[in-house]
Write a protein that binds this ligand. Structure first.
Ligand SMILES: C[S@@+](CC[C@H](N)C(=O)[O-])C[C@H]1O[C@@H](n2cnc3c(N)ncnc32)[C@H](O)[C@@H]1O
Length: 309
């Protein structure tokens, strides 16, 4: 039973719920590898699946467990790309795996977790209290690494200038709170720096701190291999770098030959591992974006595993 406190928390409608449920139709065992507050997991269970819920955030596991209980639910607190999680998913033999990437609304709403650029928030951004914080990253990374993170994960054209500004400022006083990064962004980007820039550049730091693209690249093939024949792997991403990685990975799996074009004879697997279904990403409609602005940048891609034969 949900506790009164949990019931009082706002429960957002899970992003792209209808197409996720359509992709999971008939699934008897589903993995929700980014459990969050359990919105998708709850719907998957209601549709008939037993659900393995994974999250690296202890608070997400606790909230979901209180909300959903243990009936046809299993829980694992671990990064989904960890060996423990990949083994648990393989042993579960799911028909459906969901990744709803990034941070939850609850994580964003808790200033002490440091995902926000609201004034005075500590620069933490870790999803599981393990490894270096955002402050440690900003104070320790060299200028080239900082510039690469802002360019690659934040699409920032002035990435070098921002990296230089951070290195200059941290020599005077180490970065500790959101204001330190906000002020560095303001100083290097000038008047064009506003909430969208802060959100984009904070997200870039978060992606680096949690090695989000590295984990995704490791987990995708492991989850595909764990699927039963005909099973589906669905990924919702909110960031162009993540979506690009998912798109290219799924396309490669769906092609018959992955040998270099100049190679005269095919020596690779010579058959597709499954198909993209549908071929294009699914995005939320205007009504969903109006109801939940967080869904704005969501892209859902679905890969269906072929027969094992
Ligand atoms: C967008 S929320 C998921 C919301 C969920 N679908 C729902 O309906 O409530 C993303 C969740 O994934 C978790 N997460 C992000 N990266 C992770 C990783 N590498 N391993 C495990 N959990 C991760 C976050 O802690 C967060 O709780």
């Amino acid at each position: 039973m949900p506790s009164p406190t949990d019931a009082a928390l706002p429960m957002h409608v899970p992003v792209l719920l209808a197409p996720v449920l359509a992709a999971a139709a008939g699934a008897r065992r589903a993995v929700d590898a980014t459990l969050g507050d359990g919105g998708h997991a709850e719907a998957l269970r209601r549709a008939g699946a037993e659900v393995l819920g994974i999250d690296r955030d202890a608070a997400a596991i606790a909230v979901s467990r209180r909300r959903l209980g243990d009936e046809r639910m299993r829980y694992l607190r671990a990064p989904y790309a960890s060996e423990e999680a990949r083994r648990a998913v393989a042993e579960f033999r799911p028909d459906f795996v969901l990744l709803d990437l990034g941070v939850s609304s609850r994580q964003l709403d808790e200033p002490e977790r440091g995902f926000t650029f609201r004034p005075g928030a500590p620069l933490d951004m870790r999803m599981d209290a393990a490894g270096p914080t955002a402050a440690a990253f900003l104070n320790g990374a060299d200028e080239t690494t900082l510039a690469r993170v802002f360019r690659e994960y934040g699409d920032e054209r002035q990435s070098r200038r921002l990296a230089r500004e951070i290195v200059r400022r941290r020599a005077r006083r180490p970065f500790a709170v959101s204001d330190d990064l906000v002020n560095a962004v303001r100083a290097s980007l000038g008047p064009r720096a506003g909430a969208p820039e802060f959100a984009r550049l904070f997200q870039a730091v978060r992606i680096a701190v949690n090695d989000e693209l590295g984990g995704l690249a490791l987990a995708l093939p492991a989850f595909r291999d764990a699927l039963t024949a005909g099973g589906r792997l669905a990924v919702i991403s909110y960031h162009s770098g993540e979506d690009r990685l998912v798109k290219h990975t799924f396309r490669e799996w769906a092609s018959a030959c992955v040998c270099p074009p100049e190679q005269p004879v095919c020596t690779c697997r010579g058959r597709p591992l499954g198909r993209l279904s549908p071929r294009k990403p699914i995005v939320p409609d205007a009504a969903e974006v109006a109801a939940n602005p967080r869904a704005r940048s969501a892209h859902l891609r679905i890969f269906q595993a072929g027969d094992a034969s």
